[in-house]
Ligand binder design. Structure first.
Ligand SMILES: [Zn+2]
Length: 328
């Protein structure tokens, strides 16, 4: 599209909320009750030479300078979770609690993701307390699990009173009903603690395939009803303790990164669980049909120059720019 048209569109959308990973936090306050579900004005498709593109390569240009970190930040997310880039924290070293939602929850299609609006929850990590705002889904996973993309990733977004953001990321795999997909599932680990002959016999046998996570099956049972961006539906009752138990029982990979959507703000305290949730194949297809592709490309190792600066400037110049030194 031409520059004029583009600037007109930006003007037209300036009052709309950038409904992103941070929707519902201080960065993008939720619309008041009864208002329409906002639809994002960024996307995931397109290459950098295409000025029409709303994709991740052009996020910085979509709203300047608000989104500049998307192209210049040096601690951007997602990343490949390889040894050395994260610090491992035991689930028992954080405090996490999420309220169940016996009346169900609002489930919204923001155009770029589908999001469940939560009704209270607390995370205490690194001496800071955060309150849960929402959780949403990416497909495929945004973080790579030691080089490997996973079927989906859930982001639980928390905010502190000091307006800091923490995210718990959980990979979601497709339960294949056959061979082992994810190694030992947390539930199976707990089973090993049982002292009955039944459980000992199970432990000796090959690990069972991961069972679908009930709360995810419940949420996605109504995703068909929000196939149009800007729509919402009430979920059936949600029992969140199932997910909380998995988080508490397993280690988390922590690092300081960014939002994975515009404005790509940094200082986000990432906690990527080493445990994985699952959905059934039918549920995965149902979710994929609505969510589509919504995964930002992997960013450079935290602290290294932004990958877009490297491609624009060449690696040596990008390193100089990232270090803050003035080039001669
Ligand atoms: Zn997200």
């Amino acid at each position: 599209m031409g520059l004029l048209l583009q600037s007109l569109l930006i003007t037209a959308t300036a009052t709309r909320v950038f409904a992103s990973c941070a929707y519902g936090t201080f960065l993008q306050p939720r619309a008041t009750e009864g208002e329409e579900v906002p639809v994002s004005n960024f996307g995931y498709i397109g290459n950098i030479a295409d000025t029409d593109s709303q994709g991740p390569l052009n996020w910085a240009a979509l709203e300047s300078p608000a989104n500049s970190a998307c192209a210049t930040g040096t601690r951007q997310s997602p990343i490949d979770m390889t040894e050395g880039v994260f610090q491992l924290v035991e689930g028992s070293d954080i405090q996490v609690q999420v309220n169940d939602m016996p009346e169900g929850a609002e489930f919204e299609n923001l155009g770029t993701t589908v999001e469940v609006i939560t009704q209270g929850g607390t995370l205490v990590s690194g001496g800071k307390q955060f309150e849960l705002q929402q959780f949403h889904f990416h497909l495929p996973s945004e973080h790579l699990d030691n080089g490997t993309s996973q079927a989906m990733e859930m982001h639980m977004v928390w905010q502190s009173a000091e307006q800091e953001i923490a995210v718990i990321g959980m990979y979601i795999n497709v339960a294949d009903g056959g061979a082992v997909a994810n190694g030992t599932a947390p539930a199976a680990k707990r089973d090993l603690n049982h002292n009955s002959r039944f459980f000992r016999r199970q432990a000796a046998a090959p690990p069972a395939a991961t069972a679908p996570t009930n709360v995810l099956e419940t949420i996605f049972s109504v995703v068909d009803q929000i196939s149009t961006p800007g729509t919402k539906v009430k979920t059936p009752p949600l029992v969140m303790s199932e997910v909380v138990d998995v988080i508490k029982a397993n280690a988390l990979q922590t690092y300081s990164g960014s939002l994975t959507t515009p404005p790509c703000s940094e200082g986000v305290a990432w906690h990527v669980s080493t445990a994985k949730l699952s959905v059934s194949p039918a549920t995965f297809v149902r979710a994929a049909n609505v969510i589509g592709f919504n995964s930002r490309f992997p960013q450079n190792t935290p602290g290294q120059p932004n990958i877009l600066m490297i491609s624009a400037l060449g690696s040596a110049a990008a390193a100089v720019a990232a270090s803050g030194a003035v080039p001669a």
